[in-house]
Write a protein that binds this ligand. Structure first.
Ligand code: GLN
Length: 535
């Protein structure tokens, strides 16, 4: 079996240039040529994983089937490739050091001084090759978080240098950089890129391809200048012009022949063209909707839209599938009370209450649920959103006026949402929630059963609290039904209200499994219900 090839994607000049999207777009092109591709991300921060980070720090925390709490770029990888990632696809400096220090304590390096070089770099190199060595992939794309020149990125750059030296025929380095436009001079400027490439070269890493983020077209002479001073072939200077959506990027990269240049460098077949017809159809329908709907996304992190990345992307997948543009209205739950909830939601065709942690903004979420329930507006509650729908129902229909989740009020006399038994003894906060894929059996006759079209599903979780089954009978008697149950634990995973047009709360996160090729059926059904409500 031929060994896997490696593409390293580094970033220069500034952060936020979209390394994740470039990596995912390149992977999409290679995949559509028949290569088996995966993408992994190495992040230079010291958290062992991003699970303990506030969304304001780093955007959403994405969760894989195997329960890894990861960087949101892994969501892009899955959405573009329609292929699951895993714990191995996201590594942080914290994880690398943790593992080296555990080995030191075990005595694996007995007698030796443990150092950044070679112990940390060896650990990084080993982890960079885990997926490649599995035999499951032809090409592994590795995105290096951070910007070249950062102190914390140095061990990663050194590891890339060593791998390129050890496997010269198997590696390519793509450097994503910014070509700023100086309006006073009326010119695109190449100097920052020259400097960032020089900084890589000083570390012994010689990029093969430059992907240049730019607001204006790169002229032939700029391409030649970049090639000459950055030591790459002219056809390896790839323009990445600002695009309307991230979904336009694969086509732009195809036009610039990024896939061909990379394949050539890796010594892989690069004849013919990548067939991205399905992708282009997806983008066409996204840009040419026949209908629109207005949907409220109620959450407490709405100032930073990346906090709900997978949810907003799931709506995009559903939009294209249904030819129905979803206009998302980001509503801050902290600002909602009985009056403002009416004002904010009265023109909405559907209401989604988002996941979250802690008490801030919870009362506003309850008002949003109540408004959607009483006014028969399609309602979709995800994780804390589902828990909010249960609390609201308990308070306003069951008349347990002080009902709450013990997360928000440990003293409540009606703990309708309570901490899971397995969570009671948990002391460490990192990686200890109920995480990853769990089974759920669907009740016949429910919306969920109709939507999924099967009796049993698997969805991904990230929570510590659950529906308190002590109250299940009370809820079911008064109309809220548990329509999805975990077969092993009996945990309620889905609630519905049958005499409402579309009221579904899910304890899991369907948004983590929606992809371009496979829009999530719950999002599709919810948008359909919103469209019906509108008409
Ligand atoms: N805070 C809630 C819990 O831990 C919900 C979590 C979430 O929305 N992801 O159960």
């Amino acid at each position: 079996m031929a060994s896997a090839k490696y593409v390293f994607v580094t970033g220069g000049v500034t952060s936020s240039l979209g390394k994740g999207i470039i990596s995912a777009s390149l992977a999409t092109l290679l995949q559509s040529r028949g290569f088996r591709v995966t993408i992994q991300k190495f992040d230079p921060y010291l958290n062992v994983d991003p699970g303990t980070l506030n969304p304001y720090e780093h955007g959403e925390c994405f969760v894989t089937d195997d329960g890894a709490e990861t960087d949101l770029d892994l969501g892009h990888y899955e959405r573009f490739l329609n292929h699951p990632t895993s714990q191995a696809n996201n590594v942080t400096t914290g994880r690398v050091y943790q593992s080296v220090i555990e080995k030191e304590r075990r005595g694996d390096f007995l007698g030796k001084t443990v150092q950044v070089i070679p112990h940390i770099t060896n650990e990084i190199k080993e982890r960079m090759q885990i997926l490649g060595n599995s035999g499951d992939y032809d090409v592994v794309i590795t995105e290096l978080g951070g910007t070249v020149g950062d102190i914390e990125s140095l061990p990663y750059v050194e590891s890339v240098r060593q791998l390129c030296w050890e496997r010269p025929d198997d590696c390519a380095v793509v450097h994503l950089t910014l070509i700023p436009y100086l309006s006073a001079a009326g010119e695109l400027k190449t100097k920052p890129t020259q400097h960032s490439v020089k900084s890589l070269q000083e570390s012994g890493v010689f990029p093969d391809v430059l992907v240049c983020r730019t607001e204006y077209e790169l002229t032939e002479s700029i391409r030649r200048k970049l090639a000459l001073f950055c030591n790459v072939q002219t056809d390896s200077v790839i323009q990445s012009i600002d695009a309307a959506t991230i979904y336009d990027v694969p086509k732009l990269m195809k036009e610039e022949q990024l896939d061909k240049v990379v394949l050539k460098k890796l010594g892989l077949s690069h004849t013919g063209e990548a067939d991205i017809t399905n992708w282009e159809e997806f983008v066409y329908h996204l840009n040419n909707p026949k209908h629109t709907v207005d949907i409220a996304l109620v959450g407490k992190y709405v100032e930073l839209k990346d906090s709900y990345k997978s949810i907003s992307e799931s709506f995009i997948h559903a939009s294209s599938f249904l030819r129905c543009k979803v206009i998302l209205h980001w509503i801050c739950s902290e600002k909602l009370d009985a009056t403002s909830a009416i004002e904010s939601l009265k023109n909405m065709d559907g209401v989604l209450v988002a996941p979250g942690f802690g008490p801030r903004g919870i009362e506003g979420k309850l008002y949003a649920v109540q408004y959607a329930r009483e006014n028969k507006i399609p309602f979709f509650g995800i994780c804390l959103g589902m828990q909010a729908s249960v609390i609201e129902y308990a308070r306003n229909v069951l008349h347990y006026v002080s009902a709450h989740s013990t997360e928000m009020n440990p003293e409540t006399s009606y703990p309708v949402i309570d901490i899971m038994k397995a969570q009671k003894k948990v002391i460490n906060m990192g990686g200890t929630m109920r995480l990853g894929s769990c089974a759920c059996e669907l009740k016949k006759g429910s919306i969920a059963h109709a939507v999924y079209g099967v009796d049993k599903i698997d969805e991904r979780h990230r929570h510590r609290y659950e529906f308190n089954n002590l109250y299940l009978n009370d809820f079911e008697k008064l109309g809220m039904k548990a329509t999805g149950i975990n077969p092993e634990s009996g945990l309620v995973e889905i609630v519905e209200i049958p005499n409402h047009p579309w009221f579904v709360g899910v304890q899991f996160h369907p948004e983590y499994k929606s992809t371009v090729a496979n829009p999530h059926p719950l999002f599709v059904s919810f948008v359909k219900a919103a469209l019906k409500n509108k008409s």
